[in-house]
Design a protein around this ligand. Sequence first.
Ligand code: ADP
Ligand code: MG
Length: 274
Amino acid sequence: MSIDTSTGSAMPNSVAGEAVAELDGIRMSFGGNVVLDDVRLPVHPGFTGLIGPNGAGKTTCLNVISGYLRPDQGDVRIGGRSVVGRSAHQIAKLGVSRTFQTPRLIPDLSAVENVMVGAGRHFRGGHLAELFGLPTARHDERRLRGLARELLTTFGLGEHPERAASQFPIGSQKIIEVARGLLNEPRLLLLDEPAAGLGAEDVDRLVTGLTSWATGRDAAVLIIEHDLELITRLCPNVAVLHFGRIIQSGAPRDVLRDPVVVEAYLGADFATGD
Ligand SMILES: Nc1ncnc2c1ncn2[C@@H]1O[C@H](COP(=O)(O)OP(=O)(O)O)[C@@H](O)[C@H]1O
Ligand SMILES: [Mg+2]
């Protein structure tokens, strides 16, 4: 897989083939129902897509990588180290950020403050009281507010940073959540259907913002998404999950033409919402 960098800067940590994160032989079941079966998925610097029909096990993959679920079998490696058995909190501290299928913003806080919440692991305890209260945190608060505003601008939402999150349309709320996931300079960003429910304009904001953020960085972004055009625009590599197994991976234009993949989508009740 080639990593697209528009700058010519050396990327000493992204030796070809070195994965930022890796699922290796993952098996996961819920009460005897096998949901992931021998899943192998390397996530390299740049964008990786994870697609597949509803119920295929995509969100479960994210939950396993981020420590929300412990797999029955197999290894999860981040930066080459096994993290199976670590808590979601411990894994987040390794530089892993995620978003959820439905945005989890704090409705009464402003857009910029919601992004600042993403600083959790840079604060002792990571509580909002510390973020906004203690004198020792004031310098950090100013710095973070600046970073959060920059991120909102990167995603085309810099105009009303002080507006309450609940006042933004749902599409913008989802983008604010993505921006929050970036505040900590994650090494690995996990996005669960970030474009679901977004209009074309918001999809463009998302793609432009993510591309601009990733340029010149060494981070890896794993995106679950039904919007195959978005996947094709962003991801040099995509893996297809079907009934808990990776059935194909490679460049989107090849993968999406593969008869096995087409069959998997047509055979399932594939509700894309678009
Ligand atoms: N916590 C859970 N308990 C029981 N079953 C679950 C749980 N999470 C997911 N599942 C089941 O696992 C399967 C895969 O779910 P999921 O990973 O959410 O799929 P996707 O994100 O691809 O739509 C589904 O059949 C779902 O019902
Ligand atoms: Mg899901």
